[in-house]
Design a protein around this ligand. Structure first.
Ligand code: 1CP
Length: 350
């Protein structure tokens, strides 16, 4: 089944988020929140009740509803597609689940070249539900851009090799150090899957992409540059060929921000540990995204907004600045406080 050719909504040309991502002047600092959909929203808990995480990601009506929830509630400047970084692995047939309160769990962790070779590449016909959800969303979103996303090779590899969430990523890094042929094959495999996953989302109408390398901060700059960056760069190059802005994000990446930009990002996502001014100095002529400490929403509103103002002011020195938290919304966050934060950022200085 082919979908009718639709041209982008003309209001997208005025999007503050897309302008900032391209380094153009903005009417206000745009704002969205990583994990803006999810457990902090009562309407999310309601629609997810009794439905598994992966099952929800494969149900276009549910994906559309969950992605729209924070846009309706907060009026944020961008929507992020509701999915998960391991969803494309599930789609190609990797036996995995997303366990409540745990995260992705892989039944048979990847350890050998044969394990890597057994993972099929991703083709668009394996994810028709993604195309359907993105097309439906873009139609509903109108002038609000949709951010597509994928996991970067290192972060996705960590789940595949460890078999689940990990603090040290010890087995993953042991493979990187000790079995370079297996590592290279695995990184190439994931890069191909993540790039194909982004291509499907952009073909269906996503206006920007974010590559999540959440756990890259576990690496030294040398190992990142030699063993990881070329594979993330391959994903970003394929996304760049689609003509959409690319955001590249990781946690604890103060030492890697320059390299993460050089990997091919238009905008580098910064966690809250690095002062934004410092990050701007490291990424050169690129935009930045971030970076309010996600726990500041638990502080009194005036404390939160004073810190948000500092982030906005620091962001003025960047080629472009997209306001965000330094990592995802914490599930116990009060949505009313995020509402106040959104209004504060969007009206700041006007
Ligand atoms: O049942 C649930 O509600 C499960 C919680 C949940 C949700 C809401 C998971 C399990 N994934 C998601 C959705 C999700 N995952 C989104 C879209 C929502 C939005 O931003 O509004 C996105 C962008 C992701 C990406 C993702 N998944 C990342 C990168 C972002 C990050 O937070 O650093 C990572 C590392 C994952 C793995 C994952 N999936 C789920 C959990 C709890 C985890 C982390 C596990 C760990 O700590 O290792």
């Amino acid at each position: 089944m082919t979908s009718p050719e639709t041209s982008p909504d003309p209001r997208l040309a005025e999007s503050a988020f897309l302008k900032a991502a391209r380094g153009e002047p903005v009417p206000h600092t745009p704002v969205w929140f990583m994990r803006q959909a999810g457990r902090s929203l009562p309407e999310y808990l309601e629609v997810r009740s009794g439905v598994g995480m992966l099952e929800s990601c494969m149900d276009p009506a549910l994906v559309i509803e969950i992605t729209l929830q924070p846009v309706r509630r907060y009026g944020v400047d961008a929507a992020i597609f509701f999915s998960d970084i391991v969803l494309p692995l599930k789609a190609v047939g990797v036996d995995l689940d997303i366990k409540p309160g745990v995260g992705p769990v892989v039944a048979k962790p990847v350890r050998t070249l044969a394990d890597v070779d057994a993972i099929p590449d991703l083709t668009p016909d394996q994810v028709p539900f993604i195309t359907e959800a993105v097309e439906g969303l873009v139609a509903e979103l109108g002038g609000t851009p949709l951010i597509g996303f994928a996991g970067a090779p290192f972060t996705v590899a960590s789940y595949l090799v460890e078999g689940g969430p990990s603090k040290e990523h010890a087995r993953t890094k042991a493979m990187m150090f000790g079995a370079p042929d297996v590592w290279d094959a695995l990184m190439r495999k994931i890069a191909g899957i993540s790039a194909a996953y982004l291509e499907v989302q952009v073909a269906a109408g996503a206006s920007a992409v974010q590559l999540f390398d959440s756990w890259a901060g576990a690496l030294t700059p040398r190992d990142y540059r030699d063993q990881v960056m070329p594979h993330s760069a391959a994903v970003l190059a394929r996304a760049g060929a689609l003509g959409v802005p690319r955001i590249h994000f990781g946690v604890g990446t103060a030492n890697l921000l320059g390299l993460m930009g050089e990997a091919g990002a238009d905008v580098v996502g910064v966690d809250w540990r690095t002062p934004l001014a410092e990050a701007i100095g490291k990424v050169g002529d690129r935009g930045v995204q971030g970076n309010l400490d996600p726990t500041l929403v638990f502080a009194p509103t005036d404390v939160m907004t004073a810190r948000a103002a500092e982030v906005i002011e620091a962001g003025r020195a960047a080629t472009g600045h997209i306001f965000n938290l330094g990592h995802g919304v914490i599930p116990t966050t009060d949505p009313d406080q995020l509402m106040r934060l959104t209004e504060f950022v969007q009206s700041y200085g006007s």
